[in-house]
Ligand binder design. Structure first.
Ligand SMILES: Nc1nc2c(ncn2[C@@H]2O[C@H](COP(=O)(O)OP(=O)(O)OP(=O)(O)O)[C@@H](O)[C@H]2O)c(=O)[nH]1
Ligand SMILES: [Mg+2]
Length: 508
């Protein structure tokens, strides 16, 4: 045989030339055993793969997508209430610290606004309440003309720069004088900075997320001028995991300390109750907020109308409080449950709640066998993204919808669009905000019916133009903080997903 044709590996595996019969028998036995073990591993792997495939077929994956504050985490809570109500109720009390924190943050926003020295007041309200501290200081938005322009490219030359009226920095007229009484009130409420720190620490333990502790300490340091810091729920924390968790610390002393701190929080909140109510009711305060264009009522986690109830000694969050409590999602939060009733009983649902801020979207997990619930908050037609103040929020939702519809990986996914926050839209239109001031092409009446009809048409045409293949347009007008109407919608989503599954099985 020519030298080049010799396989060096085969040569190396040849038995030794001087192998004795006993050595040969031992070698063959060892080879046989190795083959048996290899076959066993192969068959175990095959069985495992088949099991995973079976489980995947028996599972529905739903991605909740949309920009920050669209309502995705709220839909997740609604799913929990509709499909695993016992679990939801069992966990209701765990939301208490978050509701208290939302309330305290609102009060501190007001305290920050109570200054007549403009150099002292540069509070970025969106960030203070919920979002990234790293936002652009540019308070312009895209031209309304390009707002609903379907192509929606990123051409800066088509942007109109004009001041955004919904920001804290857009001061409208002079600030009324801050009376001695108000200054004293503000002083008496200063222990709330400490309350805020303790609550964040407490939540950090519930979430088992030390980075929240960092946020708490930053707040501590900046107690006399806290302007940033955020509270978040991170990926790899499942909702079930977070809420089911006991205080995460192992050290008994620390746990006791934390409980004492929480006791202290409740005491301080009760002691500050009347001052908080007085602050929120004060006409001068309202005027200052108006002048500074701080619109707390429209923001997330607004509990100022319920100070008395929330500061009660035995306060337990109501169902409604849970839906209104605000915490930002970072990364992807997973939540799974099995249907307890109906024809699809036993089927596992896996929901993926994705952080919607711009810097979170790269981690959205797209699967080729999932369905999408896309939330577009339509009340924010006159607002900009907190993380990029050049971008109008409605425009951002449309661009995002376009990107999701265009995805090739998602071409077989059903997409259900929730035009959300219809309740806020209604209040806004009724209070005099004109949709056509922001969307000049809109020539309908300034009513929810006309505005939603118009927006439905826009989203429908984006889907039609950008989907890789034909796709049915499923759209609901929602206010996902409302349990009753949302339950109906989630049931119809469940029926849709089940029907699609049955169809795909019958096609196989
Ligand atoms: N009034 C009203 N508030 C809503 C509605 N949907 C959501 N919210 C509130 O808006 C805030 C933000 O909702 P989330 O569900 O946390 O938003 P998200 O999409 O998960 O936001 P990220 O986690 O930042 O991506 C919460 O305080 C909700 O209670 C709605 O339809 N109406
Ligand atoms: Mg969220």
């Amino acid at each position: 045989m020519p030298k080049a044709d010799v396989d060096p590996l085969a040569l190396a595996l040849l038995p030794p030339k001087d192998e004795s019969p006993a050595q040969k028998a031992a070698r063959l036995a060892a080879e046989q055993e190795a083959t048996r073990i290899s076959n066993l591993i192969d068959s175990e792997l095959r069985a495992e793969r088949a099991q995973l495939k079976k489980e995947a077929q028996n599972q529905h994956k739903i991605l909740l997508l949309g920009q920050a504050e669209a309502g995705k985490s709220t839909v997740l809570k609604q799913f929990q209430l509709v499909f695993t109500p016992n679990q939801f109720r069992a966990q209701q009390q765990h939301w208490k610290a978050l509701v208290q924190l939302n309330l305290v943050r609102s009060i501190l926003v007001i305290c920050e606004a109570l200054t007549d020295d403009p150099s002292e007041y540069d509070l970025d309200i969106d960030n203070f309440l919920s979002l990234d501290p790293t936002v652009s200081p540019d308070y312009s938005i895209k031209a309304a003309e390009s707002l609903l322009n379907e192509g929606g490219d990123e051409d800066d030359t088509r942007r109109n720069s004009y001041p955004y009226p919904g920001t804290a920095n857009a001061e409208i007229g002079p600030i009324p004088e801050i009376t001695v009484e108000l200054r004293q009130l503000k002083m008496r409420l200063s222990p709330l900075y400490h309350v805020q720190t303790v609550l964040i620490e407490h939540l950090a333990c519930q979430f088992d997320d030390p980075s929240l502790l960092v946020a708490a300490h930053q707040l501590d340091k900046a107690a006399d001028g806290a302007k940033t810091a955020d509270f978040v729920v991170r990926s790899n924390t499942s909702l079930n995991g977070f809420l089911g968790k006991k205080l995460g610390r192992t050290d008994e002393h620390e746990q006791t300390q934390l409980r004492l701190d929480i006791h202290e929080v409740n005491t301080i909140l009760r002691a500050c109750r009347n001052d908080m109510i007085a602050l929120w009711k004060d006409p001068t305060v309202r005027e200052i907020l108006h002048r500074r264009d701080v619109r707390l009522e429209e923001g997330p986690g607004f509990f100022l109308h319920e100070i008395e109830r929330i500061t009660e000694p035995n306060y337990v969050p109501s169902q409604d409080d849970v839906f209104r409590a605000r915490i930002r999602t970072l990364g992807v939060q997973e939540y799974s449950f099995r249907l307890e009733t109906g024809p699809d009983k036993g089927r596992e649902w896996r929901l993926y709640d994705c952080g919607g801020a711009r810097n979170q979207r790269h981690s959205w997990p797209f699967f080729d066998d999932c369905h999408i619930i896309f939330l577009a908050p339509i009340s924010c037609f006159d607002q900009v993204l907190a993380e990029d103040r050049r971008i109008n929020r409605l425009e951002d939702s449309m661009q995002l919808w376009k990107a999701v519809c265009s995805s090739k990986l998602l071409q077989n996914s059903e997409m259900v669009l929730f035009l959300n926050k219809c309740d806020i839209l209604e209040a806004k239109l009724k209070s005099g905000s004109k949709f056509s001031d922001w969307v000049p092409q809109f020539d309908g009446a300034n009513t929810v019916a006309d505005v939603t009809k118009y927006l439905k048409g826009k989203f429908r045409s984006i889907q039609k133009a950008h989907s890789p293949g034909p796709r049915v347009f499923y759209c609901h007008l929602t206010a996902v903080t409302d349990a009753k109407s949302t339950a109906k919608i989630l049931n119809s989503v469940q029926e849709l997903v089940t029907r699609v599954q049955l169809q795909s099985v019958s096609l196989l």
